[in-house]
Design a protein around this ligand. Sequence first.
Ligand SMILES: NC(=O)c1ccc[n+]([C@@H]2O[C@H](COP(=O)([O-])OP(=O)(O)OC[C@H]3O[C@@H](n4cnc5c(N)ncnc54)[C@H](O)[C@@H]3O)[C@@H](O)[C@H]2O)c1
Length: 257
Amino acid sequence: MSRFEGKTAIVTGGATGIGLATAKLLASEGANVVIAGRDERRGTAALAELAAIGGKPLFVRTDISDEDAVRHLIGRTMAHRGRIDVLINNAAMFYESDFLQETTDRWRAVFDTIVNGAYWCTREAAVAMKEQGGGVIVNVSSINGIRALNRSSHYNSAKGALDQLTRCTAAELSPHGIRVNGVAPGFIDTGLSVVGGENELETEWFKRYYVGERKIPLARPGQSEEVAAVIAFLASEAASYVQGAIVPVDGGLSITF
Ligand SMILES: NC(=O)c1ccc[n+]([C@@H]2O[C@H](COP(=O)([O-])OP(=O)(O)OC[C@H]3O[C@@H](n4cnc5c(N)ncnc54)[C@H](O)[C@@H]3O)[C@@H](O)[C@H]2O)c1
Protein backbone atom coordinates (compact mmCIF):
# COMPACT_ATOMS: atom_id res chain seq x y z
CA MET A 1 0.00 0.00 0.00
CA SER A 2 1.47 3.41 -0.96
CA ARG A 3 -0.87 6.02 0.40
CA PHE A 4 1.70 8.81 0.17
CA GLU A 5 3.51 8.07 -3.10
CA GLY A 6 5.47 11.16 -4.21
CA LYS A 7 3.89 13.38 -1.55
CA THR A 8 5.93 15.86 0.48
CA ALA A 9 5.34 15.55 4.23
CA ILE A 10 6.83 17.81 6.90
CA VAL A 11 7.05 16.32 10.41
CA THR A 12 8.08 18.74 13.16
CA GLY A 13 9.98 17.11 16.01
CA GLY A 14 10.35 14.19 13.60
CA ALA A 15 13.73 12.93 14.80
CA THR A 16 12.41 11.11 17.89
CA GLY A 17 9.40 9.32 19.37
CA ILE A 18 6.00 9.66 17.75
CA GLY A 19 7.36 12.06 15.13
CA LEU A 20 10.05 9.61 14.00
CA ALA A 21 7.58 6.70 13.93
CA THR A 22 5.27 8.83 11.78
CA ALA A 23 8.11 9.92 9.49
CA LYS A 24 9.12 6.29 8.99
CA LEU A 25 5.55 5.15 8.29
CA LEU A 26 4.97 7.95 5.76
CA ALA A 27 8.32 7.21 4.08
CA SER A 28 7.52 3.50 3.91
CA GLU A 29 4.39 4.46 1.97
CA GLY A 30 6.16 6.64 -0.57
CA ALA A 31 6.41 10.09 1.04
CA ASN A 32 9.39 12.41 0.71
CA VAL A 33 9.66 13.36 4.36
CA VAL A 34 11.07 16.63 5.67
CA ILE A 35 12.08 16.41 9.32
CA ALA A 36 12.14 19.70 11.21
CA GLY A 37 14.04 19.51 14.47
CA ARG A 38 16.47 21.44 16.63
CA ASP A 39 19.20 18.85 17.08
CA GLU A 40 21.54 18.31 14.12
CA ARG A 41 22.90 15.01 15.45
CA ARG A 42 19.48 13.45 16.05
CA GLY A 43 18.24 14.85 12.73
CA THR A 44 21.13 13.27 10.85
CA ALA A 45 20.53 9.92 12.53
CA ALA A 46 16.82 10.05 11.68
CA LEU A 47 17.66 11.00 8.10
CA ALA A 48 19.82 7.87 7.77
CA GLU A 49 16.92 5.72 9.02
CA LEU A 50 14.54 7.32 6.54
CA ALA A 51 16.97 7.03 3.63
CA ALA A 52 17.14 3.28 4.28
CA ILE A 53 13.33 3.11 4.02
CA GLY A 54 12.85 5.16 0.84
CA GLY A 55 11.77 8.47 -0.62
CA LYS A 56 13.97 11.57 -0.67
CA PRO A 57 14.19 12.62 2.99
CA LEU A 58 15.46 15.98 4.12
CA PHE A 59 16.38 17.36 7.55
CA VAL A 60 15.97 21.09 8.12
CA ARG A 61 17.34 22.31 11.42
CA THR A 62 14.42 24.25 12.85
CA ASP A 63 13.38 25.65 16.19
CA ILE A 64 9.65 25.95 15.55
CA SER A 65 9.29 28.43 18.42
CA ASP A 66 11.09 30.92 16.15
CA GLU A 67 8.86 32.40 13.43
CA ASP A 68 11.80 33.15 11.11
CA ALA A 69 13.07 29.59 11.45
CA VAL A 70 9.62 28.30 10.42
CA ARG A 71 9.70 30.56 7.33
CA HIS A 72 13.12 29.09 6.52
CA LEU A 73 11.74 25.54 6.92
CA ILE A 74 8.87 26.18 4.53
CA GLY A 75 11.16 28.01 2.08
CA ARG A 76 13.67 25.14 2.00
CA THR A 77 10.90 22.58 1.59
CA MET A 78 9.41 24.49 -1.34
CA ALA A 79 12.85 24.99 -2.89
CA HIS A 80 13.63 21.26 -2.67
CA ARG A 81 10.22 19.69 -3.26
CA GLY A 82 8.06 22.43 -4.81
CA ARG A 83 4.99 21.55 -2.75
CA ILE A 84 3.74 20.60 0.73
CA ASP A 85 1.08 17.88 0.81
CA VAL A 86 1.18 16.93 4.48
CA LEU A 87 2.16 18.83 7.62
CA ILE A 88 2.40 17.01 10.96
CA ASN A 89 2.63 19.52 13.83
CA ASN A 90 4.20 17.18 16.36
CA ALA A 91 6.99 19.01 18.20
CA ALA A 92 6.42 19.75 21.88
CA MET A 93 8.16 19.95 25.21
CA PHE A 94 7.08 18.92 28.68
CA TYR A 95 8.39 19.49 32.19
CA GLU A 96 6.66 19.42 35.54
CA SER A 97 6.12 22.77 37.14
CA ASP A 98 4.30 24.00 40.20
CA PHE A 99 1.85 26.67 38.99
CA LEU A 100 2.87 29.16 41.67
CA GLN A 101 6.58 28.70 40.83
CA GLU A 102 6.12 29.09 37.07
CA THR A 103 7.83 31.99 35.32
CA THR A 104 6.57 34.02 32.40
CA ASP A 105 9.59 33.06 30.29
CA ARG A 106 9.04 29.34 30.78
CA TRP A 107 5.28 29.64 30.23
CA ARG A 108 5.96 31.56 27.00
CA ALA A 109 8.49 28.97 25.81
CA VAL A 110 5.84 26.22 26.09
CA PHE A 111 3.24 28.29 24.22
CA ASP A 112 5.80 29.37 21.62
CA THR A 113 6.50 25.72 20.85
CA ILE A 114 3.11 24.03 21.16
CA VAL A 115 0.73 26.80 20.07
CA ASN A 116 2.68 29.46 18.18
CA GLY A 117 5.00 26.93 16.52
CA ALA A 118 1.99 25.03 15.18
CA TYR A 119 0.34 28.32 14.18
CA TRP A 120 3.40 29.51 12.23
CA CYS A 121 3.90 26.12 10.54
CA THR A 122 0.20 25.91 9.66
CA ARG A 123 0.01 29.46 8.34
CA GLU A 124 3.13 29.19 6.18
CA ALA A 125 2.31 25.69 4.87
CA ALA A 126 -1.34 26.59 4.23
CA VAL A 127 -0.26 29.36 1.81
CA ALA A 128 1.54 26.74 -0.28
CA MET A 129 -1.33 24.25 0.10
CA LYS A 130 -3.91 26.83 -1.00
CA GLU A 131 -1.78 27.65 -4.06
CA GLN A 132 -1.49 24.00 -5.06
CA GLY A 133 -5.19 23.25 -4.44
CA GLY A 134 -5.14 21.45 -1.09
CA GLY A 135 -3.24 19.61 1.60
CA VAL A 136 -3.57 17.88 4.94
CA ILE A 137 -2.50 18.93 8.44
CA VAL A 138 -2.45 16.72 11.54
CA ASN A 139 -1.79 18.28 14.93
CA VAL A 140 -0.38 16.06 17.66
CA SER A 141 -2.19 17.19 20.78
CA SER A 142 -2.70 15.21 24.00
CA ILE A 143 -5.52 14.08 26.24
CA ASN A 144 -3.98 16.72 28.54
CA GLY A 145 -5.71 19.21 26.23
CA ILE A 146 -9.10 18.18 27.63
CA ARG A 147 -8.11 17.32 31.21
CA ALA A 148 -6.49 19.07 34.17
CA LEU A 149 -3.27 17.73 35.66
CA ASN A 150 -1.26 18.97 38.62
CA ARG A 151 2.09 20.58 37.79
CA SER A 152 1.19 20.80 34.10
CA SER A 153 -0.86 23.99 33.64
CA HIS A 154 1.47 25.30 30.93
CA TYR A 155 1.36 22.11 28.81
CA ASN A 156 -2.34 21.35 29.34
CA SER A 157 -3.35 24.94 28.56
CA ALA A 158 -1.20 24.93 25.42
CA LYS A 159 -2.62 21.61 24.20
CA GLY A 160 -6.15 22.93 24.80
CA ALA A 161 -5.29 25.93 22.63
CA LEU A 162 -3.82 23.62 19.98
CA ASP A 163 -7.14 21.74 19.88
CA GLN A 164 -8.94 24.99 19.16
CA LEU A 165 -6.38 25.83 16.47
CA THR A 166 -7.23 22.45 14.92
CA ARG A 167 -10.97 23.15 14.90
CA CYS A 168 -10.72 26.78 13.77
CA THR A 169 -8.27 26.11 10.95
CA ALA A 170 -10.29 23.08 9.86
CA ALA A 171 -13.31 25.34 9.45
CA GLU A 172 -11.51 28.26 7.86
CA LEU A 173 -9.18 26.38 5.51
CA SER A 174 -11.84 23.99 4.17
CA PRO A 175 -12.62 26.17 1.12
CA HIS A 176 -8.98 25.79 0.07
CA GLY A 177 -9.14 21.99 0.10
CA ILE A 178 -7.13 21.77 3.30
CA ARG A 179 -8.11 19.21 5.92
CA VAL A 180 -6.97 19.72 9.52
CA ASN A 181 -7.33 17.09 12.25
CA GLY A 182 -5.58 16.08 15.44
CA VAL A 183 -4.66 13.11 17.58
CA ALA A 184 -4.72 13.12 21.36
CA PRO A 185 -2.30 10.50 22.70
CA GLY A 186 -2.46 9.24 26.28
CA PHE A 187 0.60 7.61 27.89
CA ILE A 188 3.00 6.71 25.09
CA ASP A 189 6.40 5.14 25.66
CA THR A 190 8.77 7.86 24.38
CA GLY A 191 11.46 10.17 25.74
CA LEU A 192 8.67 12.51 26.86
CA SER A 193 7.67 9.91 29.48
CA VAL A 194 10.93 10.56 31.29
CA VAL A 195 10.11 13.34 33.73
CA GLY A 196 12.76 14.57 36.15
CA GLY A 197 15.05 11.69 35.16
CA GLU A 198 12.41 9.05 35.91
CA ASN A 199 10.37 7.11 33.34
CA GLU A 200 6.85 7.58 34.70
CA LEU A 201 5.66 4.46 32.90
CA GLU A 202 7.95 2.36 35.10
CA THR A 203 6.89 3.82 38.42
CA GLU A 204 4.90 1.81 40.96
CA TRP A 205 2.00 4.27 40.93
CA PHE A 206 1.68 4.02 37.17
CA LYS A 207 1.70 0.21 37.27
CA ARG A 208 -0.77 0.08 40.15
CA TYR A 209 -3.26 2.78 39.16
CA TYR A 210 -3.17 3.02 35.37
CA VAL A 211 -2.41 -0.63 34.61
CA GLY A 212 -3.45 -2.68 37.67
CA GLU A 213 -6.70 -0.80 38.31
CA ARG A 214 -7.27 -0.34 34.58
CA LYS A 215 -7.55 3.45 34.68
CA ILE A 216 -6.27 2.81 31.16
CA PRO A 217 -8.87 0.22 30.08
CA LEU A 218 -6.36 -1.46 27.75
CA ALA A 219 -4.01 -1.68 30.78
CA ARG A 220 -0.73 -0.62 29.16
CA PRO A 221 1.05 2.41 27.74
CA GLY A 222 0.96 2.88 23.97
CA GLN A 223 3.79 2.73 21.47
CA SER A 224 4.79 5.50 19.06
CA GLU A 225 3.84 3.31 16.10
CA GLU A 226 0.26 3.02 17.39
CA VAL A 227 -0.07 6.83 17.31
CA ALA A 228 1.72 7.08 13.97
CA ALA A 229 -0.84 4.70 12.44
CA VAL A 230 -3.71 7.05 13.36
CA ILE A 231 -1.81 10.14 12.21
CA ALA A 232 -1.14 8.48 8.85
CA PHE A 233 -4.82 7.52 8.53
CA LEU A 234 -5.90 11.11 9.14
CA ALA A 235 -3.30 12.32 6.63
CA SER A 236 -4.47 9.84 4.00
CA GLU A 237 -7.30 9.90 1.47
CA ALA A 238 -9.09 7.26 3.59
CA ALA A 239 -9.95 10.16 5.95
CA SER A 240 -11.25 12.38 3.13
CA TYR A 241 -14.47 13.23 5.06
CA VAL A 242 -12.82 13.75 8.46
CA GLN A 243 -12.42 17.43 9.30
CA GLY A 244 -11.65 19.14 12.63
CA ALA A 245 -11.62 15.87 14.58
CA ILE A 246 -9.27 15.19 17.49
CA VAL A 247 -8.93 11.44 17.83
CA PRO A 248 -7.88 10.01 21.20
CA VAL A 249 -5.12 7.38 20.99
CA ASP A 250 -4.99 6.53 24.67
CA GLY A 251 -6.09 2.95 25.30
CA GLY A 252 -9.38 4.37 26.62
CA LEU A 253 -7.82 6.54 29.35
CA SER A 254 -9.96 9.58 28.54
CA ILE A 255 -13.26 7.65 28.90
CA THR A 256 -12.62 6.65 32.51
CA PHE A 257 -12.72 8.65 35.73
N1 LIG B 1 4.72 10.50 24.97
C1 LIG B 1 3.50 10.74 25.46
O1 LIG B 1 3.07 10.12 26.42
C2 LIG B 1 2.64 11.79 24.81
C3 LIG B 1 1.34 11.92 25.28
C4 LIG B 1 0.51 12.87 24.73
C5 LIG B 1 0.97 13.68 23.71
N2 LIG B 1 2.25 13.54 23.26
C6 LIG B 1 2.69 14.43 22.20
O2 LIG B 1 3.32 13.72 21.16
C7 LIG B 1 4.22 14.59 20.49
C8 LIG B 1 5.55 13.92 20.32
O3 LIG B 1 6.13 13.69 21.58
P1 LIG B 1 6.94 12.36 21.92
O4 LIG B 1 6.21 11.66 22.97
O5 LIG B 1 7.28 11.64 20.67
O6 LIG B 1 8.25 12.95 22.64
P2 LIG B 1 9.65 13.37 22.05
O7 LIG B 1 10.30 14.20 23.08
O8 LIG B 1 10.36 12.18 21.52
O9 LIG B 1 9.27 14.27 20.78
C9 LIG B 1 9.14 15.67 20.80
C10 LIG B 1 10.07 16.21 19.72
O10 LIG B 1 9.83 17.62 19.55
C11 LIG B 1 11.10 18.24 19.45
N3 LIG B 1 10.97 19.65 19.78
C12 LIG B 1 10.68 20.20 20.99
N4 LIG B 1 10.67 21.53 20.91
C13 LIG B 1 10.98 21.84 19.62
C14 LIG B 1 11.14 23.05 18.93
N5 LIG B 1 10.99 24.23 19.54
N6 LIG B 1 11.45 23.02 17.61
C15 LIG B 1 11.60 21.82 16.98
N7 LIG B 1 11.47 20.64 17.58
C16 LIG B 1 11.16 20.66 18.91
C17 LIG B 1 11.98 17.48 20.41
O11 LIG B 1 13.34 17.72 20.19
C18 LIG B 1 11.55 16.05 20.09
O12 LIG B 1 12.27 15.55 18.97
C19 LIG B 1 4.26 15.87 21.31
O13 LIG B 1 3.41 16.83 20.72
C20 LIG B 1 3.71 15.44 22.65
O14 LIG B 1 3.12 16.52 23.36
C21 LIG B 1 3.10 12.61 23.79
